[in-house]
Design a protein around this ligand. Sequence first.
Ligand SMILES: NC(=O)c1ccc[n+]([C@@H]2O[C@H](COP(=O)([O-])OP(=O)(O)OC[C@H]3O[C@@H](n4cnc5c(N)ncnc54)[C@H](OP(=O)(O)O)[C@@H]3O)[C@@H](O)[C@H]2O)c1
Length: 136
Amino acid sequence: MPDVRSICAIGLRGQMGLNGLLPWEGNAGPEFTADVERFFDITRNHVLIAGEKTISAIPDFARGDRTLFVIRRHMDPAQVLAQFSDRVVFVGGGPVAWGVYAPFIRHWDINRLPYDGEADRWFDPQWLLAGRATVS
Ligand SMILES: NC(=O)c1ccc[n+]([C@@H]2O[C@H](COP(=O)([O-])OP(=O)(O)OC[C@H]3O[C@@H](n4cnc5c(N)ncnc54)[C@H](OP(=O)(O)O)[C@@H]3O)[C@@H](O)[C@H]2O)c1
């Protein structure tokens, strides 16, 4: 059974995405650059499952030392996770994917960044309370 985790960053009101990018994309402030570095450190050598847009945003330098897997709506979450038994699997978004995989996530890593601008993708606190599900 994989150890299913989530890692994400949110703005002050739960902002997560804007026009296909992070809402704070290009912000060189220390909290923002540290967040990106931390994401790549924490997911290194593990499995990152996410929607196509999110996976395609992973830069080349980070593709060799982690397993990337694109999740599709026709896939059964339990089956997706079961193929990575004995690995640590991070659910990397986007928001629809978090909603679907939330019942399987044991550990949430949420970094709240000092951003209060617009967004078109939002964190949903209900994900944290999603009913328990198990993977065999
Ligand atoms: N702040 C953060 O931590 C963070 C992290 C990741 C992404 N983001 C942001 O989120 C945005 C990208 O996310 P996105 O959701 O737009 O695109 P996405 O990452 O491509 O995710 C959407 C895709 O998830 C797939 N999917 C898998 N299971 C699904 C299900 N049961 N129901 C529906 N779809 C399912 C679908 O693929 P198919 O259509 O192929 O089936 C869908 O197109 C960007 O703005 C990005 O910057 C933010």
